[in-house]
Design a protein around this ligand. Sequence first.
Ligand code: NAI
Length: 616
Amino acid sequence: MQQPDLRAIIAVLETIAKPTVAAIYGTALGGGLELALGCHFRVADAGARLGLPEVKLGLLPGGGGTVRLPRLIGPLKALRMIVSGTPIDAAEALAAALVDAVFDGDLAARAVRFASGQDGPLAPVRDRNSRLDPADLPDFDRQAAELAKKARGLEAPIACAQSVRNAVTLPFEAALAAERELFVKLVAGDQSRAQRHLFFAEREAAKVGAKDIVRRKIARVGVIGAGTMGGGIAMAFANSGFPVTLLETSREALQRGLAMIDKNYAVSVSRGSLSEAAKQQRLGLFKGSTDYGDLADCDLIVEAVFEEMAVKKEVFGRLDAVARPGAILATNTSYLDVNEIAASTSRPQDVVGMHFFSPANVMKLLEIVRAEKTVPDALATIAELARRIGKVPVVVGVCHGFVGNRMLSARGAESEALLLEGATPQQIDRVFTDFGWPMGPFQMSDLAGLDIGWRNRKARGQTAVIADTLCEQGHFGQKTGRGFYLYENGSRTPAADPEVEALIRDKAADRGIAPRAIGAEEIIERTLYPMINEGAKILEEGIAARASDIDVVWVNGYGFPVGKGGPMFWAGLEGVDKIIGRLGHWHERTGKDIFRVAPLLRQAAETGSWEGKSMA
Ligand code: NAI
């Protein structure tokens, strides 16, 4: 590396005889804050934000941040800031003694005044060789252990905690050297490579349309349907300050939807994450209606009504009659053909899919579905808008389930077979959580409601013997207290259900299947490998533009572990040759299409890349 590097500069700043003052304006993140930490004093503009976000890239602050920050604000606060990677604002920084003064305006002049001692004598500079008080250590270790549990297999948060601990237990120079050692190890590891891959993948995915495309102005948003998704979508917009017109079929349905929104905000207030005033301000942005005419002044209208083509077509026909020319008409459909929906209007060029994920006010992913006739400026407008409401946009093409749900179907295609052959729901889910997923497929089905899949299967003439039987018995998952698991007394913690296990054994016996022990390897081969294979097919068909887009979808919409970089990146780590070999094996044994190796997968094995770019 070219010298002097950041660490050398910071060392000079810190040991220089004259007092140095960092004047912080805007954001001081990562290396920027580490530079400021090397100064003897820090002052900040009132709008400044300060943070060490390296953990989000699978790293630790390697420029002395983990050693200097605890000396300023104490090890416990430093631990929280460094392990979360979340920046704090100037007021918090002042309260924590991370900065010595905050100025509202005129920063440079005020900083000079501060440095000259005119605001009052400068406090003595902390001796960097003074040792931190080890009395905090038991508390520190308790908190670090809790954070480690939440890290779900990620190495960086644990290394961050270790490095802050070193700042307490080791002399200054030794702690810096230890920080360096941990940093070098993280940089070279697969997890950090995966997380850096995702960072750039998200940026790439968000670049939609040429720079000179004129984006449409979106001031007011309409949402049709105030159910689970419509309510969440409306909140996502209101949370970013957009006025929203929410349309329902009846006054009762509208009241129900608005009451749910009110309740969701009330929960945030009771948790302390939202002020009562902010709640009122957001509620003030909603206008409820049962009259399509009220959508005439909306620049974007998002439909979130029942998942039935006939209903969608009727809604879009009515929208076509009232929406102003140039308004963008979007559908939140999960599976339906957006081309067909667009064709029910006289302006298919203005129709797109906006596929939000549940809960829509929380989940970051937005699949933007490009239909055949969607014009580029409509797509570019929605992608830009997505960023404004804090979403991560990915453009996808039209097919059944788009990118995410289509691959989810491939992931779950062998679920029932695995059960019948001898695996239990908890065993399969355990393999997923060990892999780093927040939950396994059966826990997820129970959470989402088994009735959704049941309805879908019936509509498509498909069956799933275990899940169908559970539904026929009225067991829809968490909401009924029973599904693949038992949830007693309103508990959300899944407990093994002996009746489900008996049901599985009975159904297997009916089919003459003798149960056998099924290992973790096999579970991965029959769930995750078909998912990669489907991803390759999606790329071949141009449904996704880049393999990295697929990774962004899976990490942000379905909880694929960030430390593995998304399914397509992980395929590189796992070895595409190995995946092809095992898919072939399972194809031979089962004849199932999900195991038929996609030509692009073979090509990737030969070239070591998905599309000219090298894989993991
Ligand atoms: P829901 O049943 O909770 O809500 C649908 C709402 O639409 C109901 O309140 C209903 O009264 C209203 N509605 C029906 N017809 C209407 C019409 N003609 N005009 C105005 N309002 C009408 O359903 P949910 O779960 O919110 O799903 C809505 C859409 O979102 C579906 O297309 C679904 O596939 C999609 N989706 C659902 C996800 C989920 O996790 N629930 C995730 C992503 C998409």
